[in-house]
Design a protein around this ligand. Structure first.
Ligand code: ZN
Length: 605
């Protein structure tokens, strides 16, 4: 069995930039000396997630999750430890050394990584072939005419690698087996029918490659051009491709989303591509589903504001209502694009693709800018849904707004919204507030937040004390360990957690390992590991380690001596009472010695 050499792991740890790696997933801001952001592991609206770039650690004060940057990548990418090391090594250009022999790693991990590479390579090849068939093949002419008639340019077709899947379902299998792919591998690729493993899943369709964030094709969407079947068809889900977590065109949109901290969400592939062609490069689409919480969490890593650019029909309006709640629930501000507004009397186009085709890119750009904030959109919607001249209609309109109020992140903004709604609907503010409270009572008042509290409680078993404090200082500033071990013996430590840290530090010292990562891997108790990470993430220990270490050692020594002194005094008292046989002379000698030492210590302070 082969496993990744320790030297490679060390080098990856050494080379990686914690802010850059974590920054791929979380929008980090510098506050004071710290880097904070919204935690990707729990739902929150004010940042309690921190990264310590020097120690390459992350920690969330909200849910208690924390660890090394490698742990973070494992969690985020759902990878095993060796997979995460490989991923980062490749990104950083660190050569991976494999060793043979008895590793303690998951034997399946490397082959999973290989499988991922093989599959994305296959999809890339298939996407390229479909694209060729669309652009050059005679059978693809109809599909090509269709996309060009929709106003897409040849350049755009190239950029998004649009393709055509031939009507003959046997074509793809023959083509790929000629290229040397095995039947078993192709059967598991998601490109073929599960019932007839040589029969292509897609036939007679305009093909849209769906890529992951790095731009690797992981699935396809196909729009029917000829023949029968559903208008749109998506690849089946796989370990690579999860519909609810993937966003179409995110690979194209990511850099602009980062720069603008805003993202456009449209309903379909064609809409997103139309927006990109019109220069709105931060547009993405969910994949044949409603916009999900997971997708919102993905976007929240880089964006603050979401522009919902949905179809101007009943289904589109319904989707917008749901998406507003999904955005707000996940800490994103939502605006709704109302393209009809400034388009002139001839009216409202159906969707962004329509606008591009009928009115051109300038009008599409102008439409995209025409958005209103979610609460105003909801008020407009409720005006058209309910009769506000009637008390019952007013009550229904308020009810309609309550799910939105629930998603707001602060009591202040909730109260402000309640007042605003009451004024707009012409209802007494207090009455709306009362109705809202009743609404909350009837739904659930205490859903979220529990997971986090439980995690925090688990970490509370460990209490900070002088010993633990010192060992944490040395854990964070590992270069002080040699000093510590020459001045303090583990026998002088009483706290069990401090003892365990001492042992872990000693092991690292003996095996010549450096870095927080090595230390954490030698701490067996998870709560202690988390405690160390949490302390490291706070900036309390960052400055003057020399002072903290020498003060810490002195404090522990003095406390031990004082303790011994009080024992002696106690025993001497017992001796004086004559109830037990005590070697009073020796005790007195020791007391004198201790008194002298304490004096010395106090003078040296
Ligand atoms: Zn958290």
């Amino acid at each position: 069995m082969s496993y990744i050499a320790q030297s490679t792991i060390q080098e990856v740890n050494h080379t990686l930039d914690a802010l850059a790696v974590v920054g791929e997933y979380v929008r980090l801001e510098q506050r004071g000396g710290r880097y904070v952001g919204l935690c990707p592991f729990h739902n929150e609206k004010t940042p309690s997630f921190t990264v310590n770039p020097d120690l390459k650690l992350y920690h969330c004060f909200g849910c208690g999750k924390g660890g090394t940057v490698l742990n973070f990548v494992m969690e985020q990418e759902k990878l095993s430890f060796p997979e995460a090391v490989e991923l980062l090594a490749k990104r950083l250009g660190v050569p991976i050394v494999y060793e043979h022999g008895q590793g303690q790693q998951d034997p399946g991990a490397l082959s999973r990584m290989q499988e991922l590479e093989q599959k994305t390579e296959l999809y890339r090849r298939v996407a390229g072939s479909f694209h060729y068939l669309l652009m050059q093949g005679s059978e693809g002419t109809r599909a090509k005419h269709y996309v060009l008639s929709r106003g897409l340019s040849v350049e755009t077709l190239d950029r998004f690698c649009l393709g055509y899947a031939p009507v003959d379902r046997r074509w793809l299998f023959l083509f790929l087996s000629q290229k040397g792919y095995s039947e078993a591998f192709l059967a598991s690729s998601g490109l073929f029918s599960s019932k007839y493993p040589r029969s292509s899943f897609f036939s007679g369709r305009l093909m849209f490659p769906i890529s992951d964030r790095q731009g690797r094709a992981i699935a396809f969407g196909g729009r029917l051009v000829s023949g029968e079947g559903p208008k749109y068809l998506n690849s089946p889900e796989s370990n690579l491709y999860k519909k609810g977590q993937t966003l179409f065109a995110l690979d194209h949109a990511l850099s602009t989303i980062r720069n603008t901290q805003a993202v456009y969400i449209a309903e379909g592939y064609m809409d997103v591509i139309a927006l990109h062609q019109a220069g709105i490069a931060n547009a993405v689409a969910p994949l044949g589903t409603a916009f999900t919480d997971e997708q919102a969490q993905v976007l929240r890593r880089w964006a603050e504001r979401v522009y919902l650019f949905f179809d101007a029909d009943a289904a589109g309006r319904q989707a917008a209502l749901k998406a507003i709640l999904t955005c707000r629930r996940n800490g994103l501000v939502a605006e709704v694009v109302v393209p009809g507004h400034n388009l002139g009397p001839e009216g409202v186009y159906k969707d962004p693709a329509d606008i591009l085709k009928e009115a051109g890119p300038e009008v599409l750009q102008k439409s995209a800018r025409n958005s209103i904030i979610d609460v105003e959109y909801l008020i407009i919607r409720s005006r058209s849904l309910f009769d506000l001249s009637d008390p019952e209609g007013k009550a229904k309109a308020c009810d309609f707004m309550f799910p939105y109020l629930e998603t707001l992140d602060s009591e202040v903004s909730r109260m402000a919204s309640i007042e605003h709604i009451a004024d707009v609907f012409g209802v007494d503010r207090m009455a709306v507030f009362q109705d809202y409270m009743n609404h909350i009572d009837s739904t659930q008042r205490h859903v979220s937040r529990r997971g986090g509290e439980e995690n925090l409680r688990a970490a509370e078993h460990i209490r900070m004390n002088d010993e633990l404090y010192l060992l944490i200082v040395v854990s964070i500033h590992g270069q002080w360990y040699p000093h510590l071990r020459t001045h303090l013996s583990i026998k002088e430590i009483e706290d069990p957690f401090a003892k365990e840290l001492f042992i872990a530090l000693e092991e690292c010292f003996i095996y010549d390992e450096s870095g927080m990562d090595a230390l954490l891997s030698r701490i067996s108790r998870e709560d202690l590991r988390n405690f160390v990470i949490k302390q490291a993430a706070s900036s309390e220990f960052s400055s003057k380690p020399e002072q903290l270490v020498s003060d810490g050692i002195k404090r522990i020594k003095r406390r031990r001596i004082e303790k011994r002194l009080s024992e002696i005094v106690m025993k001497l008292r017992i001796a004086a009472s004559g109830t037990a046989e005590v070697h009073a002379k020796e005790l007195l000698a020791e007391k004198m010695h201790i008194d002298a030492e304490l004096r010395r210590m106090n003078e040296g302070r």
